[in-house]
Design a protein around this ligand. Structure first.
Ligand SMILES: C[S@@+](CC[C@H](N)C(=O)[O-])C[C@H]1O[C@@H](n2cnc3c(N)ncnc32)[C@H](O)[C@@H]1O
Length: 154
């Protein structure tokens, strides 16, 4: 099962977004707070309402990008943070993105992907990351669902 753009967009339209913390994830805030290089190029795939992107932007990071299938989610951050560069809010499939980054940030995107896509996620992440680039974020290490997100891991 590959979940469509409409599936995700409807979830935002209907505010059926149980995963949404309404604020930056605390462990990611702690990680970001010890970064000193504000020029780092950072991608937040499946960023949704993008509180992490908002936080980094307000901390003076210049190269923050979000890619998400949901137009509604991206419009939400545009409305909330008008100064966020709209060219950095990309409505596209993560797997079709062709750019390069120092960090990919993970917060409930990986668990939203069909586990059959994990090898593709791994190669795409490797392709998008610069040499010494990192995936930084939170991943479930419990089984969770097998037929719909969130899919677990170990
Ligand atoms: C569970 S939500 C998490 C959103 C956000 N990271 C958060 O924690 O609130 C998963 C997000 O990934 C997006 N998404 C799912 N598959 C995608 C894909 N292939 N490419 C880009 N975005 C995708 C959805 O639109 C949704 O915003």
């Amino acid at each position: 099962m590959n979940l469509s753009e409409d599936f995700w967009d409807d979830r935002y339209k209907n505010k059926d977004i149980g995963w949404d913390l309404g604020e930056i994830s605390a462990p990611l805030k702690a990680y970001f707070d010890q970064l000193t290089n504000k020029d780092l190029k950072i991608l937040i795939p499946g960023g949704g309402n993008s509180y992490e992107a908002e936080y980094l932007h307000h901390q003076g990071f210049k190269n923050i990008y979000v890619v998400d299938l949901s137009k509604t989610a991206l419009n939400n951050i545009k409305r909330r943070v008008p100064s966020f560069p709209s060219a950095h809010l990309i409505q596209q499939n993560f797997f079709d993105l062709e750019m390069s980054f120092d960090f990919l940030i993970e917060q409930t995107f990986f668990c939203a992907l069909n586990p059959a896509l994990r090898p593709a996620y791994s190669s795409k992440a490797s392709e998008l990351l610069n040499k010494n680039g990192l995936i930084v974020g939170l991943l479930f290490d419990i089984p969770l669902n097998s037929d719909k997100p969130p899919f677990g891991g170990e």
